[in-house]
Design a protein around this ligand. Structure first.
Ligand SMILES: Nc1ncnc2c1ncn2[C@@H]1O[C@H](COP(=O)(O)OP(=O)(O)OP(=O)(O)O)[C@@H](O)[C@H]1O
Ligand SMILES: [Mg+2]
Length: 286
């Protein structure tokens, strides 16, 4: 079976012609470590008030540089996911700004905004793979947003994306499972495939909202090592939300503690004391 036949057997539809893609906003290629320099993500004075009047973010500012891994800690409901959604554009903040690779998203709209958001990939607690499709086909879907044609809107994968997708699977250690159905994966494997799918987006910023919440300690450690490597070896800016202080202090360069919609501390991981972390989880007087 040739590569195209194999991919069709995997449930992938092809866009066989070369066609102009959107400009590549990411900088990395599989196996091509290129630690960049400078600020990748800057959030300034972000406010998010939901339509019901609840203020979930109350002036949050943070910066994450290329090659840096930051972990956000905080109790349930303190605003971590709201922050992630504002950065990736799923929530529209009430105030403040989000800059990605030097571009202020609030100043953009339409196609320019879509392009500016492309370098931000979001990994969630659940891998959300298409279970009946192959692992490789799932990874390829990460690339679809960078191409705009009728066929890619219908889910056809450009042929040019298949080899890179194999490279990303190799990077997460799962190339040998490329042609297996996603439904057969363990939770830890599925989450690593979700990381590979995020890489197919060619991100400069990776946001991971509780990426290890449903994993056993060994699988959680594997995913954390992988995220760490994306920062150290590939120069990505990585922001992970965790409920595991021990993993946070082991893997992060910096820890950000959130409480009640604002930032309580933002310090080098080595200088954060356990009491600071514990205080995040002490109930606030209302
Ligand atoms: N769509 C919404 N409408 C109204 N309030 C919301 C909405 N989404 C979230 N909230 C509220 O905003 C606050 C922050 O929610 P968020 O999901 O950001 O918390 P979190 O820090 O991610 O918590 P967890 O650790 O449980 O995931 C919570 O009080 C939540 O109830
Ligand atoms: Mg959350």
């Amino acid at each position: 079976m040739n590569a195209m036949q194999q991919s069709m057997a995997d449930g992938m539809r092809f866009e066989p012609m070369a066609f102009p893609a959107f400009p590549e906003t990411g900088t990395r290629a599989p196996g091509n470590a290129s630690a960049g320099i400078g600020m990748r993500l800057a959030v300034r004075n972000l406010v998010m008030r939901y339509p019901n009047g609840h203020t979930a973010l109350d002036g949050v500012s943070l910066e994450v540089g290329a090659g840096e891994m930051v972990v956000i800690l905080g109790s349930n409901g303190c605003g971590k996911s709201t922050l992630m959604k504002c950065v990736v554009g799923l929530n529209h903040p009430t105030g403040g700004s989000v800059e990605v690779a030097g571009r202020d998203l609030a100043a953009l709209s339409g196609r320019a905004l879509r392009e500016a958001r492309m370098p931000i990939a979001l990994i969630s607690q659940h891998a959300n793979l298409v279970k009946r499709r192959s692992v490789l086909a799932n990874v390829c879907t990460g690339a679809l947003g960078r191409h705009r044609s009728l066929s890619t809107m219908l889910g056809c994968v450009p042929k040019s994306e298949i080899e890179p997708a194999r490279g990303f699977l190799d990077e997460v250690g799962l190339l040998h499972l490329a042609h297996q159905r996603a439904s057969t994966l363990s939770g830890g494997q599925a989450q690593r495939v979700a990381v590979a799918r995020a890489l197919a987006q060619r991100p400069q910023v990776v946001l991971a909202d509780e990426p290890v919440a449903s994993l056993d300690p060994e699988a959680a450690d594997d995913v954390m090592k992988l995220l760490r490597r994306l920062a150290t070896d590939d120069g990505l800016a990585v922001v992970a939300v965790l409920h595991q202080p021990e993993l946070a202090t082991r893997y992060a360069d910096r820890l950000i503690g959130m409480r009640g919609g604002h930032i309580e501390f933002d310090e080098r991981a080595s200088s954060v004391g356990m009491h600071q972390i514990s205080n995040l989880y002490v109930a606030q007087a209302s």
